[in-house]
Design a protein around this ligand. Structure first.
Ligand code: ATP
Length: 432
C-alpha cells in the first residue's frame, strides 16, 4: 500500500488547482487497475505567505497491491503535464510513502499539525523525507514537498474530517464565466443544510460554492456526510460537469487554532480576554478594538497581561455589526490569525456581557441630570440643593447574547469551523 502526497502545482494567474492534479493522478492509477481508497484535501496554515490561495495539499491513499515505484512514476508524469511550472512561483513537490496511511512514523504524523498551525522550512521537509526513506521529487525550489509530506502525515494526526465534492469544468471552458443556476444551488443547499454547509451565503445572496478564480473547479460542496455532498453536487443545474471527485478534508475544523502561551506572528489563536476599548470603524469599513488577554508565564499559575488589537475586516460584512456591538468590559474568547500585531477575527464567543453603565445621577427631586461638584466631590443639583457622592448605575440594552458569533459563509476561511457543525462550549449564533 502506498500514500502519495503532492502540493504546489497551481498558479494564481494561470489557473489549475492541486485538487484537480490529484484527481487526475487518482484517475490515471484507477485506469491502471489500482484501487484508490480516498483522496485527502488538507488545508495547511492559512498564514503561509507562499500560498496561491487556500494553502491546500493533497494525499492519495492507494489500496494494498499498488507498488510505490509505479505510483511515483505515474504521479510525477501527471504533475509534469498538469502543473503550472511556467509560473516561477509554482514549486511542485511529490512525496510517496511505501506503507498504509495509518503507519506513518511519529515524526511524519507530527509534521502535519505543525504545518497547519505553524511554519516549516524546505530543509525540514527534505531531511524528514530522506530519513524516512520516502521517495520525493520537486521542481523549482521544491517547496511543495512541505505540503506533500504534511498531507501524508495528516491521516494519523487529525481526528476531525469533513467532505467536499468538487465538480470540474470541461477544459475548453476554463477561464470563461461559469454557468451555474443559482436557484438550483439555493434549493439543493436548503435540502441538505446543516449537514451540508457554506454552499451559499443567504445574507449576501452569494453562491459561495462557485469560485471566481480561473481554474478547473465548477463548484465545491462541503459538509459532514459524503453522500449528502454528492447529492447536492448532482442536484445543481449548470454547464456540463466534466468530472467529479469527493475529498476527505480538514476543512471546517478549526485545526489551525492554538492556545496561546506566547503570541507569534503567522499563527492563529484562540484567546480569552476583556474588551478594553470601544470598537471603532476605520477607513475602508474595518472595525478594530483592543482586547486585554492573560498569557501563561512558565509552568506556574502566573499570567502576564497584554493588550492585543482585534479586527473585523470589511469582507466579513455583517459580522462587523456584531463586533461594533461590543463594549469595554465584555469578556470574550476570540479566534483568528495574528498578523502585524492584530488578530484577524474569524469568530468570537461572548462569555460575559456588561449589562449596566455608570452615568451622572439624576436629582431625586427635579429628575434633571446633576452636575459635578468639583473633582472628587460628587454631584449636586444647584436648584434643589441635593447632592450625591457617586455616579449611578443604569441597565444597558445589549444587542448581543452570550455565545459564539462567526463571520458569514462568504468570508469563511477554508479551515475555519462553521458554528452549525456543533461541538462548541457555549450557545451558538450560526450565520447561513
Ligand atoms: P490552492 O489553494 O489554489 O491549491 P495553495 O494556496 O494551496 O493553492 P500552493 O501553491 O500550494 O498554494 O503554495 C503553498 C506552498 O507553501 C506550498 O509549497 C507548501 O508546501 C508550502 N507550505 C504549506 N504549509 C506550509 C508551512 N506550514 N510552512 C511552510 N511552507 C508551507
Amino acid at each position: 500500500m502506498t500514500v502519495i502526497g503532492l502540493d504546489d502545482t497551481d498558479s494564481r494567474e494561470r489557473g489549475m488547482c492541486t485538487t484537480f492534479v490529484a484527481h487526475r493522478i487518482a484517475s490515471a492509477l484507477e485506469r491502471e487497475g489500482d484501487g484508490v481508497e480516498r483522496l485527502l484535501l488538507v488545508r495547511l496554515n492559512p498564514a503561509v505567505k507562499h500560498k496561491t490561495r487556500g494553502n491546500a495539499a493533497l494525499a492519495i491513499h492507494l489500496a494494498e497491491d499498488t507498488a510505490p515505484e509505479a505510483a511515483f512514476d505515474i504521479a510525477r508524469g501527471v504533475i509534469e503535464r498538469c502543473a503550472e511550472t511556467a509560473d516561477d512561483r509554482t514549486n511542485p513537490g511529490l512525496v510517496v510513502a511505501p506503507h498504509v496511511a495509518e503507519q506513518v512514523p511519529e515524526a511524519v504524523a507530527s509534521f502535519a499539525p505543525e504545518a497547519i498551525t505553524d511554519h516549516h522550512s524546505i530543509e525540514d521537509a527534505v531531511s524528514l523525507a530522506d530519513s524516512t526513506g520516502y521517495r520525493h521529487w520537486g521542481r523549482g525550489n521544491g517547496r511543495g514537498r512541505i505540503g506533500a509530506l504534511a498531507a501524508i502525515g495528516a491521516w494519523e494526526a487529525l481526528e476531525d474530517w469533513t467532505y467536499e465534492t468538487i465538480a470540474y469544468r470541461e477544459e475548453s471552458r476554463w477561464g470563461t464565466p461559469r454557468a451555474v443556476d443559482a436557484e438550483s444551488v439555493r434549493v439543493a443547499a436548503d435540502t441538505a443544510y446543516p449537514t451540508v454547509w457554506d454552499t451559499i451565503d443567504r445574507g449576501e445572496d452569494e453562491t459561495v460554492c462557485v469560485p471566481h478564480t480561473p481554474g478547473p473547479i465548477l463548484h465545491g460542496i462541503r459538509g459532514d456526510d459524503s453522500e449528502a455532498t454528492k447529492r447536492v453536487s448532482s442536484a445543481i443545474e449548470s454547464e456540463p460537469v466534466a468530472e467529479r471527485r469527493t475529498f476527505v478534508t480538514n476543512q471546517g475544523t478549526d485545526g489551525h487554532l492554538r492556545h496561546a502561551d506566547t503570541l507569534v506572528e503567522g499563527r492563529a489563536y484562540r484567546l480569552d480576554g476583556t474588551v478594553v476599548t470601544a470598537p471603532e470603524t476605520r477607513r475602508g469599513g474595518h472595525v478594530f478594538f483592543d482586547l486585554e488577554i492573560g498569557l501563561e508565564v512558565g509552568d506556574g499559575p502566573h499570567e502576564e497581561s497584554k493588550t492585543v488589537a482585534c479586527a473585523a475586516f470589511e469582507p466579513t460584512k455583517r459580522f462587523r455589526d456584531r463586533v461594533r456591538a461590543l463594549r469595554p468590559g465584555d469578556r470574550l474568547t476570540v479566534c483568528g490569525e495574528l498578523s502585524r500585531g492584530t488578530v484577524k477575527l474569524e469568530k468570537f464567543a461572548v462569555r460575559r456581557l456588561v449589562t449596566t453603565e455608570r452615568v451622572t445621577p439624576l436629582c431625586p427631586d427635579c429628575d434633571r441630570t446633576m452636575e459635578s461638584a468639583g473633582r472628587g466631590q460628587g454631584y449636586r443639583c444647584r436648584d434643589c440643593k441635593t447632592s450625591t457622592a457617586e455616579k449611578s448605575s443604569r441597565p444597558l440594552e445589549r444587542d448581543l447574547e452570550v455565545g459564539w458569533y462567526e463571520v458569514p459563509p462568504c468570508a469563511r476561511r477554508h479551515i475555519a469551523k462553521p458554528l452549525v457543525r456543533g461541538g462548541f462550549d457555549a450557545p451558538v449564533h450560526p450565520e447561513r
